[in-house]
Design a protein around this ligand. Structure first.
Ligand SMILES: Cc1cc2nc3c(=O)[nH]c(=O)nc-3n(C[C@H](O)[C@H](O)[C@H](O)COP(=O)(O)OP(=O)(O)OC[C@H]3O[C@@H](n4cnc5c(N)ncnc54)[C@H](O)[C@@H]3O)c2cc1C
Length: 319
């Protein structure tokens, strides 16, 4: 694929590269190129030029919520992440580039004595990925303190949206589906003593320790399914992991893929596993919960590329 139209931009291009290198699941075949963009301006220009040259692309953040197909994908991937935080403060408002690591945003707010983002500590990924999927933990979600989001629209215009105008829901938002790219975001936070914030941070990190330690040793994408909605048989929203455990999914294996013994909603795998093994295992897990509770689990992890037996995959076979 000819990407010479990007030659003068500050991007890194890895051609014919396996998606397994760019997702925390560490699975997935080749894509024609991964284009790494580190700031909003470069991203905008990259998108513009790819469109001018009719080169189809997909956008990814850190790749911590994605299961990529063994067949890879035929589109180029723009990877929008920055190793360094791109953040500034005005009063109690923090504005950040969407490429910033979520953990760095939480750390910045805490060090500035601003409360509202401590639950985000330890969630891997970028601010953009977190907003698109309304990431969260311990009953808090990133949209809770979001003030506005600047997006790059499909027609290449930009718009700053009031967060209240975006219908965020549990681990979801239209921004995950409508092809708009989050460039920047502002958060309205509340002043709080630093020592109190540091204590909140330490508590969150302590509680998340097992997930974080796990991730260092075993590939995964966090919870595979969303928690269960209150309108179902579950009564109040309950952890999908609880239903999976009750249904006997803990330690379930399929070829090299298996659920984690300590947390039935996390799938990991050995080196010889395929992404299809992970996907088939997730179907088995959902079947067990359906059979025992008559509840349809909803996948939180996104599929990238083609999977056998995948319902609802879009006509192009992506996402
Ligand atoms: C060990 C571990 C623990 C985890 N714990 C949690 C947790 O506690 N809570 C939680 O909510 N999640 C958790 N996750 C899942 C994941 O970290 C989050 O969903 C994260 O917010 C994804 O961000 P990302 O940058 O990796 O997005 P990616 O996985 O790269 O992308 C996910 C989706 O977001 C879209 N996207 C990414 N960037 C943008 C952008 N700038 N504009 C528009 N769309 C964009 C992509 O197109 C894709 O559809 C965990 C994952 C792991 C591996």
């Amino acid at each position: 694929m000819d990407l010479s139209c990007l030659h003068d931009l500050k991007v890194t291009i890895d051609v014919n590269t396996p998606l397994s290198r760019h997702t925390t699941f560490k699975l997935g075949g080749n894509c024609p190129a991964i284009i790494a963009c580190r700031d909003a301006k470069t991203l905008q220009e990259t998108v513009l030029r790819l469109k001018e040259h009719s080169i189809p692309f997909l956008l990814m953040g850190f790749g911590s919520n994605i299961l990529a197909s063994d067949k890879g994908c035929s589109r180029v991937i723009i990877r929008y992440t920055s190793p360094a935080p791109l953040i500034h403060r005005e009063g109690n408002i923090i504005t950040t580039d969407a490429a910033t690591p979520l953990d760095s945003l939480a750390a910045y707010a805490t060090d500035e004595g601003l409360d509202g983002l401590t639950a985000m500590f330890g969630i891997p990924g970028t601010v953009g990925g977190a907003i698109a999927g309304n990431a969260g933990a311990y009953g808090e979600q990133i949209a809770d303190h979001l003030q506005s989001v600047t997006v790059l629209r499909k027609d290449s215009s930009t718009a700053t949206l009031d967060a209240g105008s975006i219908p965020f829901s549990y681990r979801d938002s239209p921004l995950k589906h409508n092809g708009e790219i989050i460039l920047r975001a502002s958060f309205a936070l509340t002043p709080l003593a630093r020592n109190v914030l540091h204590a909140k941070r330490d508590k969150v990190l302590q509680e998340r320790k097992f997930k974080l330690d796990f991730w260092q040793h075993y590939p995964c994408a966090g919870s595979f399914f969303r928690n269960v909605s209150p309108s179902s048989n579950a009564g109040q929203r309950r952890a999908a992991g609880w239903f999976l455990e009750q249904a006997g999914a803990k330690g379930l294996c399929l070829n090299g893929a298996r659920t984690y013994e300590a947390h039935a909603n996390i799938i990991t795998h050995t080196d010889d596993a395929t992404a299809q093994d992970v996907y088939e295992l997730s179907l088995k897990m959902a079947e067990l919960v359906k059979a025992k509770f008559d509840i349809d689990l909803v996948r939180e992890v996104r599929l990238l590329g083609e999977f056998k037996n995948a319902p609802n995959s879009d006509p192009a076979g992506y996402w």
